[in-house]
Design a protein around this ligand. Structure first.
Ligand code: DSN
Length: 420
């Protein structure tokens, strides 16, 4: 447990809440696939005095004095981002977006006009809010058309191509929050090329897998790649936009894509960047370039496959019949409980998951038919395939009327063995 000496002295009420949350994280099994647990080094950078600075602008072009060191930090983050994903200089990198949604907004703002057509994956089928969902800015400011997965739970690239040819989007977005399978970026890129659309990949969920070679890279195929930095990449909350300065689509449209995206981030959408966050991103990228991170990313996938296999052996139905990445979706329909009920039962025994729609769900998103499970955080704790089998057994017991006291005790035992 961290000391929080100063906080305890000045605000004991808040310090107590932080300590309780720390303990909650340590004593529960977190299977939310978009969450992770960062290193102490990343946390130190986030809590550093860099947060005191204003740095509107970009390295070498700031509006305020006193930014020489901030420039160095931002340039280091940019260089490390290129290094982790093996990118040449043609990839322009912006590390300033506050998080994933503003990063995606900046891309649309740079490349589209309000009312233009965007095409992304439908939210209840596994897409993200910012990929054109109706209640989000992306579905309100733009004309959004949405693709879905087929009945088998897999993306159907022929259907996506038909939709693109019919709707002629100006941008096609690949990327998901609840899709357990590999995304075939090359196929998407061909479809985008055929209709003259920009091809954007939001790799937020899988960035750590891409960095470690556990998922194919979108970079050979995309015009723009966005990512958050706090999911599988295991950094602070934040985001990066990678821009292919040699984009043929941008050339055809006569725009300088790198400068358009920089301008959309600042001054288009944001004021001063969060320099403490930029520094922590640089730290996480250094960690992600290390050989241990390669093992980490591959182990996330091995663990997900082991968890999926054991859950299926115990009778659970998984969307698409398994997983290729860090997450899976259990369809609870045949078990006769809803996603919300399952989430609540599991939380009571110390297993933290999120309820989630399954493709073609007939229930409401507030109480859908599924739960989403992922292995990034348990893998950070050092768990392997053997522990995944135990976790599957505990989930099964919790959802089929097992003794809550016994299950909670076993959860606590595992948490004690794999310390956070
Ligand atoms: N909220 C994130 C997730 O859980 O997938 C997406 O931004």
């Amino acid at each position: 447990m961290e000391k929080l000496n100063h906080l305890k002295k000045s605000d004991s009420e808040l310090a107590k809440l932080v300590e309780m949350e720390t303990r909650r994280q340590q004593e529960t099994l977190d299977l939310i696939p978009s969450e992770n647990s960062v290193s102490n080094a990343v946390r130190e950078a986030v809590g550093s005095r860099l947060m005191n600075k204003y740095s509107e602008g970009y390295p070498g072009k700031r509006y305020y004095a006193g930014n020489a060191l901030i420039d160095e930090i931002e340039l280091l983050a940019i260089e490390r981002a290129r290094n982790v994903f093996h990118l040449g200089k043609q990839w322009h990198v912006n590390v300033q977006p506050y998080s994933g949604s503003p990063a995606n907004m900046a891309v649309y703002m740079a490349l589209l006009n309000p009312g233009d057509t965007i095409m992304g994956m439908s939210l209840p089928f596994g897409g993200h809010l910012t990929h054109g969902w109706k209640v989000n800015f992306s579905g309100k400011l733009y004309r959004a058309v949405q693709y879905e997965v087929g009945r088998d739970g897999f993306l159907d690239y022929d259907d996506i191509e038909k939709l693109a040819k019919k709707e002629k989007p100006k941008i096609i977005v690949a990327g998901a929050t609840a899709y357990p399978r590999m995304i075939e970026f090359e196929k998407f890129a061909k479809i985008a090329e055929a209709v003259g659309a920009y091809f954007m990949v939001d790799m937020a969920h899988i960035a750590g897998l891409v960095a470690s070679g556990a998922h194919p890279s979108p970079f050979p195929h995309a015009d723009v790649v966005t990512t958050t930095t706090h999911k599988t990449l295991r950094g602070p909350r934040g985001a990066i936009i990678f821009v292919n300065a040699k984009s043929e689509t941008a050339k055809r449209n006569g725009i300088d894509i790198a400068s358009a995206i920089d301008k959309a981030v600042f001054p288009g959408l944001q004021g001063g960047p969060h320099d403490n966050q930029t520094a922590a991103i640089a730290v996480c990228l250094k960690e992600a370039a290390a050989p241990e991170f390669k093992k980490y990313g591959k182990q996330i996938v091995k663990n997900a496959k082991a968890l999926a296999k054991e859950l299926q052996r115990l009778g659970f139905e998984l969307v698409s019949g398994g997983t290729d990445n860090h997450l899976m979706l259990i369809d609870l329909t045949s078990l006769g409980i809803s996603g919300k009920e399952a989430q609540d039962h599991l939380e009571k025994v110390g297993i933290v998951v999120n309820r989630n729609t399954v493709p073609f769900d007939t229930r409401s998103p507030f109480d859908p038919s599924g739960i989403r499970l992922g292995t990034p955080l348990l893998t950070t704790r050092g768990m392997k395939e053997k522990e995944m089998e135990m976790v599957a057994a505990l989930i099964h017991a919790a959802l089929t009327g097992g003794n809550k006291h016994d299950i909670s005790k076993k959860v606590k035992d595992i948490c004690r063995r794999f310390v956070l």
